[in-house]
Design a protein around this ligand. Structure first.
Ligand SMILES: Nc1ncnc2c1ncn2[C@@H]1O[C@H](COP(=O)(O)OP(=O)(O)OP(=O)(O)O)[C@@H](O)[C@H]1O
Ligand SMILES: [Mg+2]
Length: 288
């Protein structure tokens, strides 16, 4: 490497700072996600206004905001499904534009879609195994449809999600809550460093929602205690956010409203974000 003065700094005994280093001289930037002024518009609407934030490895970040506030759009940018119109989004020190789709991208980020994105006419097993597709070549992927590879791993993931008995079931026969669990089992197979989940508990009853978030946060923590992943999920319940997340980012009409520790996510903050009118006390008595 050649230094600014044309000399090789390593030969001079000086090691050049890596590009992702912080300006404060504390070494490499520890953030796993760095968003610098990213924004996104669709033909008829600006879904996200310029947005900047850093996320550290192991953080559990909830995205909140009313319908249409840009949560899914932001998750799609983080997943590499969409590209920002402006700004730079870096994951693990690399601009997303330099991450190759396929294996490289799937090792970095995995997404559970709002609508799960499962193939209804395939078995549960094949849908879960699809989590490995990013790491397999085409031939291996096609062969897996006939002779499922990594079957044991998939069965274990389904058992961990409490639906081990559904492994050979046709996916279209499952309930909404079961589909959500299959989608998370598929994510477990992908073993990516950042887990993105779009409203992962939206179709679950309160007890199952807590069960699923417990499993998701266990998955993020890593079984050996040092394989910490990062979780970014769109959520609505302030109670669940306080209990299972460390940080919360609030959006409204694509504009950042707050970015704070989840412990500060009170019901009042949530009501203000969602613009919920407090009902007039008199209205409650009408007709009673
Ligand atoms: N593919 C698209 N084409 C055009 N407009 C879109 C598209 N996707 C999203 N939008 C619009 O962008 C805005 C943000 O949508 P987005 O899906 O990100 O919101 P959201 O916060 O996830 O909402 P919800 O809570 O309803 O899922 C909305 O006004 C939406 O109608
Ligand atoms: Mg959405």
């Amino acid at each position: 490497m050649i230094g600014r003065n044309g000399k090789n700094p390593q030969a001079e005994g000086r090691i050049p700072l890596p590009q992702a280093s912080r300006e404060d001289g504390l070494g490499p930037d520890p953030a796993i996600v760095v968003a610098e002024g990213i924004c996104k518009s669709y033909p008829s609407i600006r879904a996200l206004s310029p947005l900047s934030f850093n996320i550290l490895p192991g953080e559990k970040v909830a995205l909140v905001g009313p319908s249409g506030s840009g949560k899914t759009t932001l998750l799609y940018l983080l997943a590499g499904i969409l590209q920002p119109d402006e700004g730079v989004l870096s994951i693990d020190g690399r601009p997303m534009t330099s991450v190759r789709p396929g294996r490289e991208l799937s090792q970095l980020v995995g997404l559970v879609h709002q609508q799960y994105d499962l193939v209804p006419h395939l078995s549960v097993l094949h849908n879960v195994l699809a989590g490995r597709l990013g790491q397999w070549g085409l031939l291996r992927s096609v062969i897996s449809l006939v002779w499922p590879r990594d079957r044991q791993m998939a069965e274990e993931a389904l058992a961990q999600m409490g639906i081990g008995d559904k492994v050979n079931e046709r996916t279209s026969h499952l309930s909404g809550g079961e589909l959500q669990r299959v989608a998370i089992a598929r994510l477990m197979m992908q073993s990516s460093r950042i887990i993105l989940a779009d409203e992962p508990v939206s179709s679950l009853d309160p007890a199952r929602a807590e069960g699923l978030l417990g499993l998701l946060t266990d998955l993020v923590r890593g079984s050996d205690g040092n394989d910490g992943k990062t979780l970014i999920a769109s959520m609505h319940s302030p109670y669940l956010i306080r209990k299972y997340f460390s940080r919360v980012i609030g959006l409204r009409e694509g504009v950042l409203q707050f970015d704070m520790p989840s412990s500060e996510m009170t019901d009042e903050v949530s009501d203000r974000l969602y613009d919920l009118e407090q009902p007039e006390p008199a209205l409650w008595g009408v007709g009673n």
